[in-house]
Design a protein around this ligand. Structure first.
Ligand code: NHW
Ligand code: MG
Length: 389
């Protein structure tokens, strides 16, 4: 398949796959800042660029509204991601975030928001190198403007604005195959509320299973089992940062978190992100950590239910508690918080608990990409220590 846009970009090209003579690292060197294009790319005449002020209640609601009607759907168009304003604010304002990387396109006459793309800064270690990157997310073009080559303009504009901050690499994920994934991962899913999931057509009764046997199969204990398992608090930030840094070291690509990042990304926020630690009852040391973020979907065209509450596994570190037991406790708290399902990618050590904890694979991959950074060969999901929201 030809990729008229992506073939022009500094990304791994399909024909170079397996060419071990090419070096790892940046594909193109940085351009002198004075040579970075100063004006925005051209848009068709009816449209204009805006920088979206996510602090503004009104603008944040507009972005949410665009995404909630036009963002990612499943392949049968039964569900569509439904981001909350609180979630967007959290995802788009990490330490050091850049307002100019929150980019919208409006219709000049009506001021209607019709497209969005966002970047946030992140330090990502790839093998031995910590690289300043942008994480790109929330690329969305209104359904009525699809297939008109607006997406490449959005991507070029965010690239330009990232370059203006002297950053030359980016990381992103997508369900579609583009040149060229650094890794291709699978989502696994664990039913928490099987009756609802079956009622809305998300899952089906297994062969020879009744509803009551299914409910029994997925039943979880009422309370967690690990002594010292509790919600993460502000004073845990240094200990959690140490746990994460030493754990993530083993992966080929992973974020380089500092305490500011950890406070922002993991301190619990109602309906956005939840994190738990295990504090040893004897030594009071923080020995284990686990977290998930909240990403509901709208259920399209169902009379009885409108929202599917999904928890997504984020980062987990087990040093004393077995990972399986820690994740079982996470499932228990997710169930207590009324989530309908729990999702996890097959990254890091997640495959070690999937079967035992009754996860099943979903169809469709999530592909990881780097912009302007070549890897000699694709990574196995278990070599990847990176989860983007
Ligand atoms: S993935 C979620 C993307 N969003 C959705 O799926 C929402 C629903 N879909 C849409 O809104 C997470 C549209 O279908 C979109 C495409 C906007 C997806 N990534 O305008 P045209 C992210 O947000 C290429 C990258 O006609 P359209 C990550 C496609 O291959 N490229 O299509 C975002 C083709 O190029 P090709 C994608 O359907 C990462 C061209 O766009 C893509 O009206 C962005 C067609 O454009 C995707 N998900 O709009 C990259 N989907 O070469 C960041 C399609 O094949 C790179 N395309 O001809 C780094 C930048 C920063 C660098 C800094 C140094
Ligand atoms: Mg288009």
């Amino acid at each position: 398949m030809r990729h008229k846009f992506w073939e022009t970009q500094p990304v791994g090209q399909f024909e170079d796959t397996g060419d071990t003579s090419l070096p790892e690292g940046p594909i193109e060197p940085p351009t002198p800042l004075s040579e970075v294009k100063q004006e925005p790319y051209n848009l068709p005449n009816l449209y204009e660029w805006i920088t979206c002020d996510i602090d503004s209640e009104e603008t944040c609601a507009e972005v949410c509204n665009l995404l909630n009607h036009n963002y990612v759907e499943d392949d049968k168009n039964m569900f569509r991601f439904a981001y909350s304003k609180e979630f967007l604010r959290w995802a788009l304002r990490p330490p050091g975030y850049c307002k100019s990387w929150h980019i919208g396109v409006r219709v000049k006459s009506s001021k209607k928001l019709v497209s969005f793309i966002a970047g946030v800064p992140a330090r990502i270690r790839v093998r031995d190198n910590v690289v300043a990157m942008a994480e790109i997310n929330f690329l969305c073009v209104h359904k009525k403007l699809r297939s008109k080559r607006l997406a490449p303009v959005m991507i070029k504009e965010v690239t330009r604005r990232v370059h203006l901050e002297n950053i030359w690499q980016a990381a992103y994920t997508a369900g579609v195959v583009l040149p060229t994934p650094i890794s291709s991962c699978l989502y696994w899913h664990r039913s928490l509320n099987p009756k609802k999931l079956i009622d809305i057509g998300f899952s089906r009764l297994g062969a020879g299973m009744t509803m009551s046997r299914t409910i029994k199969l997925y039943k979880l204990p009422d309370s967690t089992s690990t002594p010292g398992f509790r919600k993460m608090e502000l004073h845990d930030v240094p200990a959690v940062t140490r746990l994460l840094r030493s754990y993530l070291n083993q992966f080929e690509a992973a974020p380089d978190f500092d305490e500011n990042d950890v406070e922002h990304s993991f301190l619990p926020k109602e309906n956005v992100v939840d994190s738990y630690v295990v504090e040893s009852p004897e030594s009071h040391k923080i020995t284990d950590f686990c977290s998930f973020y909240s990403l509901p979907s709208s259920i399209l065209g169902n009379q009885k239910y409108s929202i599917l509450k999904a928890a997504h596994s984020f980062y987990n570190v087990a040093t004393e508690t077995p990972l399986l037991q820690l994740m079982n406790d996470v499932l228990i708290v997710a169930k207590q918080k009324d989530y309908d399902e729990f999702n996890a990618l097959d990254v890091m050590q997640n495959v070690t608990f999937f079967e035992e904890l009754k996860f099943v694979p979903l169809d469709g991959n999530l592909h990881y990409y780097l912009y302007n950074y070549r890897l000699r060969n694709a990574l196995k999901p278990m070599e990847l220590g990176l989860v983007l929201v």
